[in-house]
Design a binder for this molecule. Structure first.
Ligand code: ATP
Ligand code: MG
Length: 518
């Protein structure tokens, strides 16, 4: 008989086994995983090489932006130049080492909603092939945990670069709604969180080292532990922000008024002539650093944003051009989603003008185009894929009243389908007559009943009728023996219940004479 086992010994054995399993798990390399990792690394190396062999000229960059972004000529020129400067510097620095004199070309963009600020930066990052992160400045002030959140932006870049730290270190960080963290000095009880966030950003905008692993994050802690187990030590990888380009943007409501006031007071002070009127759209361009400080930015913060870019409002004409010319036009998206169902869409020029005008009235820049198009296409996208429509043309009337437009479109499609069904019924009658030597014909109500069934159930006419009349060759033969006719007419009752109708017909023919035929 086996000895009863000592429970403590059993536990010790189990622990030892687990330790052995864990150590195997940790050290034995999996060749498959190893290969995948090598391929990934090669891909990253290639990408890095591309980015770091940057050799575009500002005009090349502007030309690329022109394909997507309409208007905003100044913005495109200034951004193209700043970006070329920055990435040439990154390249030079990697070849020759750090330069002391370089001032980073961080960008401040001003412009109303939907005029292309994010779109510009996204297009730029795609061209250059660097990772790109977008965040809202308001997110930081809400949490109150300033330092951590701002650092997370830098860590997100590493995620975007699939873990490639070198690539992440020359990425772009775009922070929107930057005007929301202004802390106006003329407001009583200064908005501390606003200036706190500005200070948090200052650090990473210039140069700092951000730990790749967030000390607050459990997952990062586990990673460190695993590393310690495998290698006997932990590393603390750091991301340097020196070469990360920062772009911040906002609508800056109220800045124009500050600038206007300053300009007016200057002119009153220095000349006797009446203050010159500056058109509203030029006020942003006339804004100076002191206006931004008055608006609520710390001098050190605004000082680290040397490149100022103004995006102008978009007119109805601009919106029309965006629809028709921009490679990023939302129309491409609709074309694609209809094409997925085999439907081609075409646009009347007056329909596009109507969309542009309506979008312009929304007052949300090019975002208005999305709102208007979504209204127009909502029902069409739902209904048309199930119709047999293979193409349609968007008209001005459809833009003005999408529901009515769609009903007319579907009605047209229905009428065409009905014409086709009519032809197929006639063809079936002929085939039936030829094959069985008995002529049949559906009366108008019978035809309508077939149409309705075919349309509602989406069935094919021929198989449906073959099945419907499967007993008729034989049944009609019986009837013909007693009541020979040139042609037998079938009505809607045949469509409803073919066999019951046929039985009654035969019964009547043999008992009381034929049922009434036309
Ligand atoms: N100038 C433009 N040329 C072409 N398309 C544009 C332009 N401006 C905006 N768009 C289109 O409108 C969409 C929204 O624009 P975007 O996100 O760039 O606005 P924004 O200026 O960043 O606004 P917000 O201040 O609300 O963030 C873009 O994705 C793009 O499709
Ligand atoms: Mg934006």
């Amino acid at each position: 008989m086996a000895e009863p086992r000592d429970p403590n010994q059993a536990q010790r054995d189990m622990m030892e086994n687990m330790r052995r399993m864990m150590s195997q798990f940790g050290t034995r390399p999996d060749p498959q995983a190893e290969r995948v990792r090598e391929q990934e690394e090669e891909k990253q190396r290639q990408k890095r090489k591309e980015v770091l062999s940057f050799d575009l000229k500002p005009k090349d960059v502007k030309k690329y932006l022109d394909r997507y972004v309409i208007k905003q000529e100044d913005a495109k020129r200034v951004l193209a130049t700043a970006v070329c400067d920055h990435y040439n510097h990154v390249k030079r620095q990697r070849e020759k080492g750090k330069s002391r004199h370089y001032v980073k070309q961080n960008v401040l963009m001003l412009g109303k909603t939907g005029v292309g600020k994010t779109f510009l930066i996204r297009s730029l990052s795609e061209l250059i092939g660097v990772p790109f992160i977008k965040a809202d400045a308001t997110k930081f002030s809400e949490t109150g945990y300033v330092g951590g959140d701002v650092d997370d932006l830098v860590r997100d870049l590493v995620h975007k670069a699939d873990g490639d730290m070198e690539l992440a270190e020359c990425g772009m960080i775009y922070i929107d709604e930057i005007d929301k963290i202004a802390a106006p000095s003329n407001v009583q009880g200064r908005d501390v969180s606003g200036s706190g966030v500005q200070r948090g950003l200052l650090k990473i905008m210039e140069e700092t080292e951000v730990p790749l692993r967030n000390p607050q994050d459990i997952q990062s802690q586990i990673q460190s532990l695993v590393e310690f187990q495998q290698k006997g030590k932990t590393t603390r990888p750091m991301i340097n922000t020196r070469n990360i380009l920062f772009i911040v943007s906002g609508a800056f409501e109220g800045l124009a008024a500050i600038t206007e006031k300053r300009v007016k007071s200057l002119e009153i002070g220095f000349s006797s002539s009446a203050p010159k009127h500056i058109p509203k759209e030029d006020l942003f361009r006339a804004s100076k650093t002191e206006d931004f400080i008055q608006f609520g930015f710390e001098p050190e913060f605004i000082g680290r944003l040397p490149v100022r870019v103004i995006c102008d409002p978009l007119s109805a004409q601009d919106l029309y051009t965006i629809l028709t010319v921009s490679e990023g036009s939302i129309l491409r998206q609709y074309e694609e989603s209809f094409r997925a169902y085999g439907i081609e869409i075409q646009f009347n020029d007056d329909a596009l003008w109507e969309i542009a005008k309506r979008a312009s009235n929304e007052g949300t820049g090019a975002r208005g185009l999305v709102t208007i198009c979504e209204k127009i296409f909502r029902d069409l996208k739902y209904e048309l894929p199930s119709s047999r429509l293979k193409s349609f043309r968007l008209t001005r009337e459809m833009v003005a009243s999408p529901k009515k437009g769609m009903e007319e479109l579907l009605q047209e499609e229905r009428e065409e389908k009905i014409r086709e069904i009519e032809l197929e019924i006639t063809e079936f009658e002929k085939i039936f007559s030829d094959k069985n030597g008995i002529a049949i014909e559906f009366d108008p109500k019978g035809r309508r009943a077939i149409q309705e069934h075919v349309l509602e159930e989406s069935v094919q006419v021929k198989p449906f009728l073959e099945n419907l009349l499967s007993n008729y060759p034989h049944g009609l033969e019986l009837i013909r023996k007693k009541e020979p006719r040139h042609k037998y007419v079938l009505n809607q009752d045949v469509v409803k219940d073919p066999n019951h109708f046929l039985e009654e017909w035969i019964k009547n023919t043999y008992e009381t004479g034929p049922i009434k035929q036309r």
